[in-house]
Design a protein around this ligand. Structure first.
Ligand code: AMP
Ligand code: ZN
Length: 443
C-alpha cells in the first residue's frame, strides 16, 4: 500500500517512505495547557489522529510511534498561576487532562508518548549549549538567541527570505535591541516570577520553539518521519524548530511536513483573540463526539473548513444512516482505502463511506443500540425501559384477551399500550417492534 502525502517542505505530493518501516515516527505540536481547547485546535488533533490511524493500518499498530507534546511552560500559564495564587502544575495538569478527555470524546487515540516541556529542560539546555558552542547562537543580556544569518537554509519551509523578514521587522518587541538580526529568535530567556531553571548560560526558561526541538529528539530521534501541525505554525514555529535542530544535529529534522488548514467561522479564522471560539468541551455537551469528528473530516485537511450547525446536522444524519446499516448488518462493503492513500482525502472517503472504512477512521465505534439511545441518563433509561416493558405486557394481555374472546378487556389493554407509546413519543422516544421484542431509540 502506497501512501502519498503533500509535503509542505517540498510543496508537492510525495510517496511516503519511512526511514524504518518497523518504527514510523510522527510528531505533532500539542497544546499549551492554560485553558480549554477550541474546535479549531480539535481539527489539528483529529487530522493528526487520522494520519496516525492510517499509518497504523499500513505499517501495523505496534510500528508507529506518535509523540504529541504538552507545552506546560508559557508566560500565560505563569501569569494565570500568579493571578489565582495556585501552583503552575495545578493549572497545567488540569487542562492537560481536559484536553485528553475532550479528544477522547472525539475518538482520538492517545499518542504513543506525550512528553512535557518541564520534563525535558535538560534536553533543551543540551541543544542550546551545542548551538552556542558552534556559533549558531549567542548570549545577550540574560537571553540566548539563534543567529539566523548563520543558517543558509533559514526560510526553506515557509519560503520567507531573510530580506523579507527584515522588512517585516517587529519593532517594539523588548528583544529587538538585544538581537544581532531582527529575525533572530529566542532560545532562552531570564526567569519570570521565580520560574526558571539553572543553565550554563544563566538561570532562565526556554523559548517555545526549542521545547519542540528537544521533545521531538528525545522521544523520536534526530530525524523524524513526519512532523504535523496547523498552517499557522509553519512560520515562525516550525521554521525555527528546523533551524535549531538541523544546526545542532547536522541532520534533517523531519522528512515530511504535514500542515492542516484552518477551521473558520464564516470568513474569519476561529481564534481566541477574535473571540469567536467554540470549545470542544461545550460542543460535546450537545453533540455526540463522532458527529463532531465526522464534521471535522468533511473537508480535505488542506482546505479550509467552515464551521456551521448545518455541518453538524448533516454529519448526524449521515451517521444515523450508517448505524442503521450497521444494526441491520445488511451492508458489508469492502474497505476502499484508495482515497485515504491519496493524501488523506477524507472528503472523498466520507462521500463513499463504508462501515469498515468508518471504523478505521475512528467513526462507528458504538453499538448501534447505544448510538440511537443517545445521551440518556441512567435514571431516564430505567424509566423508558419500565414504560417499554409495561407496554409489552399490555399488548400481551390484549392478545390473550382477544384469544379468549373478551373484547372489552382487549380494547382496554390496547388502549393503555397506545397511551404508553404516545407518552414515550412525547419524550422523544421512538419504539421499534422487532422479532425479539421492542427496542427504542431517540427520534
Ligand atoms: P495552539 O494551542 O494555538 O498552539 O494550537 C494548537 C494546534 O491547533 C496547532 O497545531 C494550531 O496550528 C492548530 N490551530 C489553532 N487554531 C486553529 C484553527 N482555527 N483551525 C485549525 N487549526 C488550528
Ligand atoms: Zn512545536
Amino acid at each position: 500500500m502506497e501512501l502519498k502525502l503533500y509535503n509542505s517542505l517540498t510543496r508537492q505530493k510525495e510517496v511516503f517512505t519511512p526511514q524504518d518501516p518497523k518504527r514510523v515516527t510522527m510528531y505533532n505540536c500539542g497544546p499549551t495547557v492554560y485553558s480549554y481547547a477550541h474546535i479549531g485546535n480539535a481539527r489539528a488533533a483529529v487530522v493528526a489522529d487520522v494520519l496516525f490511524r492510517v499509518l497504523r493500518y499500513i505499517y501495523g499498530e505496534e510500528n508507529v510511534v506518535y509523540a504529541r507534546n504538552i507545552t506546560d511552560i508559557d508566560d500565560k500559564i505563569i501569569a494565570g498561576a500568579k493571578e489565582h495564587g495556585v501552583e503552575i502544575s495545578d493549572i497545567t495538569e488540569k487542562y492537560a487532562k481536559i484536553y485528553n478527555d475532550d479528544l477522547a470524546a472525539l475518538n482520538c487515540l492517545m499518542p504513543t508518548v506525550q512528553p512535557k516541556a518541564t520534563d525535558n529542560i535538560g534536553g533543551m539546555i543540551e541543544i542550546i549549549s551545542k548551538l552556542i558552542e558552534d556559533n549558531y547562537a549567542y548570549e545577550s543580556d540574560g537571553h540566548v538567541f539563534f543567529d539566523v544569518s548563520k543558517y543558509d537554509d533559514y526560510g526553506k519551509l515557509s519560503g520567507n527570505t531573510l530580506d523579507a523578514l527584515k522588512k517585516g521587522d517587529r519593532v517594539g518587541e523588548g528583544e529587538v535591541a538585544r538581537k544581532k538580526n531582527s529575525a533572530d529568535f529566542v532560545l532562552w530567556k531570564p526567569e519570570l516570577d521565580g520560574v526558571g531553571w539553572d543553565a550554563p548560560f544563566g538561570r532562565g526558561r526556554p523559548g517555545w520553539h526549542i521545547e519542540c526541538s528537544a521533545m521531538a529528539k528525545e522521544t523520536l530521534g534526530e530525524t523524524i518521519d513526519i512532523h504535523c501541525g496547523g498552517v499557522d505554525l509553519k512560520f515562525p514555529h516550525h521554521e525555527n524548530e528546523i533551524a535549531q535542530s538541523e544546526c545542532a544535529h547536522g541532520k534533517t529534522m523531519a522528512k515530511y511536513w504535514v500542515h492542516n488548514e484552518f477551521l473558520n467561522m464564516g470568513s474569519e479564522k476561529m481564534s481566541k483573540s477574535l473571540g469567536n471560539v467554540k470549545l470542544i468541551h461545550d460542543l460535546t455537551k450537545d453533540w455526540e463526539g463522532e458527529v463532531i469528528r465526522l464534521a471535522l473530516l468533511k473537508a480535505h485537511y488542506r482546505s479550509e473548513l467552515i464551521w456551521t450547525e448545518d455541518l453538524l446536522r448533516e454529519s448526524k444524519a449521515q451517521l444515523d444512516g450508517l448505524y442503521r446499516d450497521k444494526a441491520a448488518g445488511t451492508r458489508s462493503e469492502k474497505l476502499d482505502f484508495s482515497f485515504m492513500l491519496d493524501d488523506m482525502n477524507t472528503a472523498e472517503s466520507l462521500a463513499h463511506l463504508t462501515i469498515e472504512l468508518g471504523e478505521v477512521l475512528g467513526l462507528l465505534q458504538k453499538d448501534p443500540e447505544d448510538w440511537f439511545k443517545g445521551d440518556t441518563s441512567a435514571d431516564e433509561e430505567a424509566e423508558i425501559d419500565a414504560l417499554v416493558s409495561e407496554r409489552d405486557a399490555e399488548k400481551n394481555k390484549a392478545i390473550a384477551a382477544k384469544k379468549s374472546g373478551d373484547k372489552a378487556a382487549m380494547g382496554a389493554h390496547f388502549k393503555r399500550s397506545d397511551e404508553i407509546r404516545d407518552q414515550l413519543k412525547d419524550m422523544g422516544i421512538v419504539l421499534e417492534d422487532g422479532a425479539d421484542g421492542t427496542t427504542w431509540r431517540r427520534a
